[in-house]
Design a protein around this ligand. Sequence first.
Ligand code: PMP
Length: 407
Amino acid sequence: MSFDIKKIRADFPILNQKIYGNPLVYFDNAATTQKPKSVIDVITEYYQKYNANVHRGNYFLSQKCTEANEKARKIVQNFINANYSHEIIFTRGTTDSINLVASSFGEKFISCDDEIIISEMEHHSNIVPWQLLCERKKAKIKVLPFNDKGELIIEKLESLISERTKLIAVNHVSNSLGTINPIKKIIEIAHSHNVPVLIDGAQGIQHQKVDVKDLDCDFYAFSGHKIYAPTGIGVLYGKEKWLEKMHPYQGGGEMIDNVTFKKSTYNKLPFKFEAGTPNYIGAIALGKAIDYLNSIGIENIANYEKKLLKYATEKLSQIENLKIYGTANNKASVISFLIKEIQPYDTGMILDKFGIEVRTGHHCTQPIMKHFNITGTIRASFAFYNTKQEFDILYDRLVEINKMFNQ
Ligand code: PMP
């Protein structure tokens, strides 16, 4: 399909509205993305016509939802090129997926004095679950640093890996800096030491083709809501060999095979990790969102977003007193910046009054802020439905704000 921006924008009803009398310019896509009509419609359709709990009822409605839920699993499997659909675990989101691994993999494979390597540019979701695990197990976290461009200092990885390294957990793309990390290289290095790798793909999956077989990652976690699907649904991809060995994350309905008061046995994959009533409507809607992305083509999306990022970076660089944080050579469409003498929060509040929605603050990455000795940034993050014209609206306001504060 050709990239028809007018048609694409028409697919997202929320974009066509005014905020405080101004056309909405939504630039907080790294926090959450807007939903195409096909995703919104399928949610209504299932609640209006087909809703029944999955994997339980031996009747039409339940079977319809079960089939749609399992079809969605296959859509995800194909989207990321996993070997098996049972390697796709539906979770609540990236945070939930990482906690699942920290809990289940951690329980089985991490002991006292073991080490987990993460990077300095992780979201808190890929820091705190490992800290909790390390507290429980008396294990240690080691941190791979980044340079001032916001690129991981990959040459340091080898020296951080030891006999005691049991897992490396890094993000695919930094939500604050936009850096696309060389995860294939990281995985190669890790595997040469027999260390498995978890990729936090919360900001990776929506900007480029992800092929878990080609990457050879052991785990890949992402959230539905950042890939044009609803909140409350996410994915943990895990290699069968790990998932088979890991203990269940939570106990409850669906994840069991046989229950007695003496002992319970567990269901097969993926259900072993999906205790309780799952968010099947969310999963079905995630499948629709991926269908939608496939109809446009993830490569087309990546190309379009790259052009938008280049345009925005070049223009922002012209603003005197404006500094961009995160200038890696390989970036996704996320730009963090500050204007001298202006608190990011104030800039955000002014922009909001003009209908421009950007994020301000530490973006759940306090260690990144500490690295640069700042408290937060303004972050504009673009999706494929954003345009250069929208960026120009932001640019003009930033020029005015800069004049207002810095003259
Ligand atoms: N990791 C990264 C890199 C993120 O950007 C986010 C969300 N901002 C998360 C993890 C957590 O995602 P969620 O809140 O959807 O679980």
